[in-house]
Design a protein around this ligand. Sequence first.
Ligand SMILES: [Fe+2]
Ligand SMILES: [Fe+2]
Length: 321
Amino acid sequence: MPGKVAKIGTFSDWVGMFDDWRKEIGVNRDEIASFKFDTLYGAIETEEIQFGAFKGRRKWENLRQVPTQQMRDALINLIVYQGDTEFASVEQQRHLFESAPTDWDRKAITRVMIEEMRHGWQMCALLVDHFGYSGKVEAQKMLERRAFENKRLLGAFNVDVDNWMDFFTYTDFVDRDGKFQLQMLKYSAFAPLGRSMSYMLREEAFHMGTGNDGLRRIVEAGVIPAWLIQKYLNKWISSSYDLFGTDNSSSAHWAYVWGIKGRYDELQNQHEAQLDELNDYNRHVYRSEVAGSTAPSAAGRGRSSMPRRASRWMTRPTSST
Ligand SMILES: [Fe+2]
Ligand SMILES: [Fe+2]
């Protein structure tokens, strides 16, 4: 990559940088410092490419099997953007430990943060292990950008999440967007990327459950006025719509044609993909999920989810800029 010299030769060099990053942003609490991070690969439905121009061929296990340089570039780009959001979210939430409303919440945010770090770790492991020199440079840059210096790649990930209302709304809606992105990458023709998604998706369910459960408790307590809750919903639901990307996106078009990123419901969807409306399509599927947001809490508390349907607070998606 132009203008940047890799300081890392192996993944363990990267791990050293990751340890420094945790200390530097101030999240290296005991439970986090002692956590043993791992690269986890899970199962994918099939070894066969399921959509796009290479449908029916065997998925690619390494970069040499990826047919063109443009496709390799698109893949590295997808992985870099995904990883960047993972580390960014930890930076955004870094001040919330002290103000946790209960011990249970403090434990929940610690788990959320550990898992977001692991997601970033997983993306960097892919970059370092599969993408040669460029991958190493990108994995290093991932730990050099800072949300609080406005350097993260997507605007929504440069905003501080500075109170618990903000945190619960963020995890219910932005982490849900995360779930959508991960699911779309799970179908990837690049098998190591697809296999990276199973554990990440499982972990994502806990983040969404934490947010949903927190919002339900807030609504039930009846202390925060509806207009204020509405403001937080507006903030993060609109950001989440934007995270699906622009309409008529050529990168989404080609990512689909090349088989590296599918539609959210790719395996159930019987219709041919509208290549120039992919982002808008996925955004609408997301909107439907949120509008019917009565998903049971995954946070393990066994209570019902938000009593009032989130759709009552929602505005319709507009096309993103
Ligand atoms: Fe994540
Ligand atoms: Fe998450």
